[in-house]
Ligand binder design. Structure first.
Ligand code: IPE
Ligand code: IPE
Ligand code: MG
Length: 248
C-alpha cells in the first residue's frame, strides 16, 4: 500500500489557538497609549473570527487575559475588562447569525461582575452556534487549570469515585476546562515571542507552533493564511515516522 499523498492531509486545522500578543508594542510604535493597542487588538479579533469561520476552522481559542495579567496597572486591567464587555455587546448578534458559539475558559468567577454577566449573556445568546466555537481564555492559566484537575481527581479518589489506576490521559483531559475541545492543532503567537506564557500547557503536547513578528493589532486574514499554509507544510509525526517513510 502506498503512503498517503500530502494532498490527503486536512487542508485546515480543526482547532486554532492564538496568543493575542503585541498590543502594547503596537501602541508604543504608533506613539499611542497602550489602551489604544488593546482597542485595535479587539478589531483584529473580530476580523479573525470571521476569517476562521470562512476557512472552516471549527474551534478558535484566544488567550485574552492570563492569570498573570493581574500584575498590570489597574487602569490597564480595567480597559481590558471594559473591552471584553464592548466586544460582546457589539458582536453578539453577528456571532449568533454566523453560527459562532461563544464560550470561555479560566476562572470567570473572579472577573468583575459586569464581565461575568456579559459573558453569560453572550454564551446564552449564541449557544445554538454550530459553525465555530470561539473560546475566550480569560483569567486563564494552564498551571492553575492542571492543579484544579489534580485536586478534583484527588478528591474523587479519596471519596472512592475512582481508583488511582483509572486516571489516564483521557480522564485527566476530561477534568480540564477544555474537556469539550479537541487539542489545538496550531498555536499562533504574534509579536515574535516563542513562549506559551502559561497557555494550554497540557493540550499543546502535539500542537504545531507558529510565531510571526507581526503584532496582534496588525494580524489579519493574510497573516492567518500564512500561518495555515505553514501548518499545512508540517509533518505531524506524533512520535512515529513520517508517512512518506513508511514504505521504505
Ligand atoms: C496582549 O498584548 C494583550 C494582553 C496580554 C491582554 P500586550 O499588552 O501583552 O502587548 P505587549 O506584549 O506589551 O506588546
Ligand atoms: C500572554 O501575553 C497573555 C495574553 C496574550 C493574554 P503576555 O504579554 O501576558 O505574556 P508575557 O508576559 O510576554 O509572557
Ligand atoms: Mg505581551
Amino acid at each position: 500500500m502506498s503512503a498517503p499523498s500530502k494532498t490527503e492531509r486536512p487542508a485546515v486545522a480543526q482547532h486554532v489557538a492564538i496568543i493575542m500578543d503585541g498590543n502594547g508594542r503596537w501602541a508604543r510604535r504608533q506613539g499611542l497609549p497602550r489602551a489604544e493597542g488593546h482597542r485595535r487588538g479587539v478589531l483584529a479579533l473580530k476580523d479573525i473570527v470571521k476569517a476562521a469561520k470562512v476557512r472552516q476552522i471549527k474551534y478558535l481559542t484566544v488567550y485574552a487575559f492570563s492569570t498573570e495579567n493581574w500584575r498590570r496597572p489597574q487602569a490597564e486591567v480595567d480597559v481590558l475588562m471594559d473591552l471584553l464587555v464592548e466586544f460582546i455587546n457589539s458582536e453578539v448578534s453577528e456571532l449568533k447569525s454566523e453560527g459562532v458559539r461563544l464560550d470561555a475558559i479560566g476562572h470567570i468567577e473572579e472577573l468583575p461582575a459586569r464581565c461575568q454577566e456579559k459573558l453569560a449573556e453572550g454564551m446564552a445568546a449564541t449557544r445554538m452556534g454550530r459553525n465555530l466555537v470561539l473560546t475566550l481564555a480569560l483569567n486563564y492559566g494552564a498551571r492553575r487549570e492542571i492543579v484544579d484537575a489534580a485536586r478534583a481527581l484527588a478528591d474523587a479518589v479519596r471519596s472512592g469515585q475512582i481508583e488511582t489506576q483509572e486516571i489516564t490521559d483521557a480522564v485527566f483531559s476530561a477534568h480540564l476546562s477544555t474537556k469539550d475541545l479537541p487539542d489545538p492543532d496550531l498555536i499562533i503567537r504574534p509579536s515574535g515571542e516563542w513562549r506559551l506564557s502559561n497557555f494550554l500547557l497540557w493540550q499543546a503536547a502535539y500542537a504545531e507552533m507558529y510565531s510571526t513578528e507581526v503584532l496582534w493589532p496588525d494580524f489579519d486574514e493574510k497573516e492567518l493564511d500564512l500561518a495555515l499554509d505553514a501548518f499545512a507544510q508540517r509533518d505531524r509525526r506524533y512520535g512515529a515516522i513520517s508517512r512518506t517513510d513508511q514504505t521504505s
